[in-house]
Design a protein around this ligand. Structure first.
Ligand SMILES: Cc1ncc(C[n+]2csc(CCOP(=O)(O)OP(=O)(O)O)c2C)c(N)n1
Length: 922
């Protein structure tokens, strides 16, 4: 960071202090001071004035400070607003602020400031003002690494980035701008009042994206993946993603079933698209735009996950090639500073597990958010200021200056290539229409809209400039426009003439009944994998205490058994890795596991080095990635979701520290995980691991809000399960990874059960069988006719009931306790088989530990009724309706738990005649 304080004039004391600092550590003072002192030391031997004159040296110091101020604050002098509102300016940009005059600059040689090519400081300052306070505002002095700051100074001041466009390129930009604004004008005429979230006012976005695609491909990218909100999306789809104009018109006509794979679809300004773009030299680059929900900015971390997955080198799965995929994220100027997910996503950008080698961010800044002015929408000067905290370089550019806009993209790409980090362009334009085209902006911004009305379009300004420069002849701009409008007219007439949609309606929710997969693994293989996971290099020293704990995994596979949750998980992953499925998991403290049950990454207690046995199973095993995530839910879950969308052969898991923290990621669950298939035909196999269970840990550490997930289930959109044994967990993980039908899996996870001997599995449970959605009572099912009360439950409460049964030895023959380990898809068949077995029951009981308005009850209740018919009694046993999920104190918690166990196990009331279960009425 700069060392120059804001002072009104330099005095000798200040210069002396700077000199002292310079002599102690040259890097502790700014570059201009370094040059100044270097020059001063050369002059020390020179006796003739004015070099030895302190007043003269002060002027040089002032000039050096001015130079630094221009570099740092020059952006505040740039005319950024196309509508003409003046730049903020900064006192430091004037010579007088630094105790000198402009005239003084003329008597100082440029070399005194380190500018050998400039005859005088005046020439140097004029040149710097010409780059730092002209058409692009640069902000890079907040970057911590001086190598990056020096790079920026060099490329900006030497003009390396400012290649002027050739005449041909200028004409191509004019054509694009004419198509861009022509499409909006055409749609405005043909579909008056329809929402299209017009791009007008930020038209230059389209040529910028084209420059970015071309530029990325030129340095080897094979893929450009983009995300953006509603604004300008139709234009970007048409002109960057090559979506046919006819398809756009068909959507406006309401004729086009945009996505035949889904039932319900989405509005046209949320849809994604992809295309192959032919490059100038014949190479191809694949370009895609992510589908996007209305929830602004939520797509950003999804984009990063997709990009990261795509950066794996195809075929090898081993290496990431960050230059091969460029992510581009577009933002609104109100949404960018407003939505916290933006910051969370930036925070991922330089982390080992999440980096993508730099995202190009563009704020499509129309200086308004719906009806909200910037002064109401943010506490910072620029819309982009948040990014400064993440040391992202920022360029501000006037959207009417197409050349500067394109040059900004080139600089961004060069920076990414050089430093592999994020870059941001604040494209300052305006919004020619209302928020949407049915919206009247004059109600709230009368003055602004009066100014917009008289402001020529970007196309007109660019066309006039090219005419003046002689790049096009007079009248050419108008002829081009007429030609493009005529083309739209022709296509539109054809679309109008069609009477029915071409596309067939979608099939609706896909069935989950894809071919069953083998999830059992031969014993020899599991034992061998177990050994691999228990071995580490001879010079690696895990903590002896931990080594002893892990060693128990050896006898666990022997006759006495005892496979716990962490062990079953490791075996499931290991078996997948050696058969070619990659595994990636992240979450808070995921490497060790919140409850110390995973220990996937070992730490040498002598050297601190780490060793991850799952990464050393076999030469040709697929990669295993595990990362402790930052303290974020929304961005991390979204990232993992995105990764799973793009990587079909990776089992991708996100783990919440406690299940209900997932509610901070609710938009990702609502807008992506549960509904992506129905809206966009997008699929994902992401797994959410959500610790859940009532153990007296209070309102926030008990419930993963199972009810919310179940409420969202329909059309086979996802799976929701609460496995009750390590073996069930093993099988469901493997099924998820190997199943051809990909949908997200929401898993309630245990806490106290993680090592509960009663819950442990046996090797034989892993080498045969598969995941069972329903587990019958192993004892009661031997004598089903004794059973009067059929208790159904899911998850951890089973073990509380089991403990109760054991404690009440001999008095519970009237009970069968059946577990529903998978709740969605609702296990019709498996449950029916169980119900058919118990022909003499009087009642069905659903026992849960959650309050009545939470947990699975409201989901289960109507389905149970369907399964047992109207004549059967169905009872609820659990906590009463509650505002908060669980008790804060241990005593009331224990009281509730024992009450619901006691009620469930209570002796049966007097038997009612003639009422028997039937599974017929499902
Ligand atoms: C998370 C979220 N909150 C609120 C909205 C409603 N909304 C849609 S657009 C908009 C204004 C966005 O302004 P800006 O980010 O500047 O983009 P612009 O529409 O101006 O391009 C608002 C408030 C939304 N879509 N998503």
């Amino acid at each position: 960071m700069t060392d120059l304080p804001i002072i009104s004039a330099f005095n000798d004391g200040y210069v002396a202090e700077m000199q002292e600092r310079f002599e102690r550590d040259p890097d502790s003072v700014d570059e201009s001071w370094r040059q100044f002192f270097a020059m001063a030391s050369q002059l020390r031997g020179v006796t003739s004035p004015p070099a030895a004159d302190p007043a003269y040296l002060r002027k040089i110091a002032g000039a050096a400070a001015l130079v630094q101020a221009i570099r740092q604050y020059g952006h505040l002098g740039v005319q950024l607003d196309p509508l003409g509102s003046p730049p903020a300016g900064a006192a430091e940009l004037k010579a007088e602020f630094h105790g000198i005059t402009e005239a003084d600059l003329a008597i100082i040689p440029g070399s005194a400031l380190g500018f050998e090519a400039d005859a005088t400081a005046a020439a140097a300052v004029a040149r710097l003002r010409g780059v730092y306070s002209a058409t692009i505002g640069f902000e890079f002095e907040h970057i911590e690494r001086d190598a990056e700051r020096a790079w920026f100074r060099r490329v900006i001041e030497d003009g390396e980035m400012r290649r002027t466009l050739t005449d041909e390129e200028k004409r191509a930009v004019l054509r694009r701008l004419t198509e861009v604004d022509g499409l909006e004008r055409f749609l405005a005429r043909a579909y008056q009042g329809y929402k299209r979230f017009s791009i007008e006012g930020n038209d230059t976005l389209v040529p910028m994206l084209e420059a970015a695609i071309e530029g990325a491909a030129a340095v080897g990218a094979r893929e450009v993946v983009m995300a953006m909100a509603h604004r300008g999306r139709i234009n970007v789809l048409t002109h960057v993603l090559d979506k046919p104009v006819s398809a756009v018109f068909e959507e406006f006509e309401g004729k086009y079933a945009a996505n035949a794979a889904s039932d319900t679809g989405d509005v046209k300004y949320h849809l994604g698209a992809e295309t192959d773009r032919e490059r100038q030299l014949g190479a191809r680059v694949h370009v895609s735009l992510m589908p996007n929900p209305s929830h602004l900015e939520m797509v950003n971390p999804v984009l990063e996950g997709v990009a990261r997955a795509q950066q794996r080198v195809p075929g090898t799965l081993r290496v990431f090639d960050e230059s091969s995929v460029l992510p581009i994220a577009m933002h609104g100027d109100a949404a960018f500073p407003g939505e916290g997910v933006v910051a969370e996503t930036f925070n991922l950008s330089n982390l080992r597990g999440y980096r993508t080698g730099g995202t190009l961010h563009i704020i499509v800044n129309n200086q308004i958010g719906f009806t909200t002015d910037p002064c109401e929408g943010r506490s910072t000067h620029y819309a982009s200021d948040l990014a400064k905290g993440f040391e992202v370089p920022i360029l501000h550019v006037n959207g009417d200056d197409a050349e500067a806009c394109i040059a900004s993209v080139w600089l961004g790409l060069a920076y990414r290539e050089r430093f592999g980090k994020d870059f941001l362009i604040d494209l300052v334009g305006y919004r020619r229409q209302g928020h949407n085209e049915a919206d009247e902006p004059v109600y709230t911004q009368p003055m602004l809209y009066a100014a917009i009305k008289t402001h020529p379009t970007t196309r007109e300004l660019w066309g006039r400039r090219l005419t003046t420069e002689g790049v096009i002849e007079a009248g050419a701009m108008e002829r081009l426009d007429a030609e493009i409008q005529a083309e739209f007219e022709k296509v539109h007439a054809l679309v109008k003439a069609k009477t029915t949609a071409d596309a067939e309606p979608g099939e609706g929710g896909a069935s989950m009944s894809a071919a069953p997969v083998t999830t059992a693994v031969p014993a020899e293989q599991l034992i061998a994998l177990n050994e691999r996971m228990l071995s580490w290099p001879s010079d690696f020293h895990p903590l002896p205490k931990l080594a002893r704990v892990l060693e128990r995994r050896r006898p666990a596979l022997a006759a006495e058994g005892g496979v716990d949750w962490g062990h079953a998980e490791a075996l499931a992953w290991a078996s997948l890795l050696v058969s070619g499925t990659a595994v990636r998991i992240s979450g808070q403290d995921a490497e060790r596991g919140t409850f110390s049950h995973r220990q996937a990454v070992l730490h040498d207690h002598e050297s601190g080095k780490t060793y991850t046995p799952l990464q050393h199973l076999a030469e040709d095993a697929a990669p295993f990635e595990i990362y402790n995530s930052p303290l974020s839910e929304v961005a991390v879950l979204a990232f993992e979701y995105g990764y799973s969308v793009a990587s079909r052969n990776t089992l991708v898991l996100w783990e919440a520290q406690f299940g209900d923290f997932a509610n901070v990621a609710q938009p990702i669950i609502d807008q992506f995980i549960s509904s992506d298939g129905a809206k966009w035909g997008q699929d994902s196999g992401v797994v959410m691991l959500l610790p859940h269970g009532y153990e007296g840990q209070g309102p926030e550490h008990s419930s993963a809000r199972l009810e919310r997930f179940l409420q969202m289930c329909a059309e086979n959109n996802m799976r929701v399960a609460y496995p009750s044994t390590p073996a069930q967990y093993f099988h469901i993980l493997r099924r998820q990874a190997l199943s051809a039908h990909r949908r997200p899996l929401v898993l309630m996870q245990p806490k106290s059960l993680l090592r509960l001997p009663l819950a442990a599995s046996h090797l034989s449970d892993l080498v045969s069988g598969t995941f069972k959605p329903v587990i019958d009572d192993p004892i009661a099912s031997q004598n089903p006719t004794n059973v009067r009360r059929l208790v159904l439950c899911t998850g951890k409460i089973y073990y509380d009931l089991l403990a109760g049964v054991e404690a009440n030895e001999g008095s519970t023959e009237h009970l069968a306790i059946v577990r529903l380990d998978e709740l969605y898809p609702w296990p019709h068949e498996a449950l029916a088989q169980v119900l058919d077995r118990y022909t003499d029951i009087d009642e069905v009981v659903w026992t849960q530990e959650e309050p009545r308005n939470m947990g699975a009850w409201s989901f289960v209740s109507p389905r149970l009724r369907g399964a047992v018919g109207n004549a059967m009694t169905i009872r609820y046993i659990g906590r009463p309706e509650r505002a908060s999920p669980a008790e804060g104190y241990a005593a009331p918690h224990a009281e509730q738990q024992s009450r619901l166990v006691a009620e469930t196990l209570a002796p049966i009331a007097a038997k009612r005649a003639g009422v028997r279960a039937t599974s017929g009425a499902r």
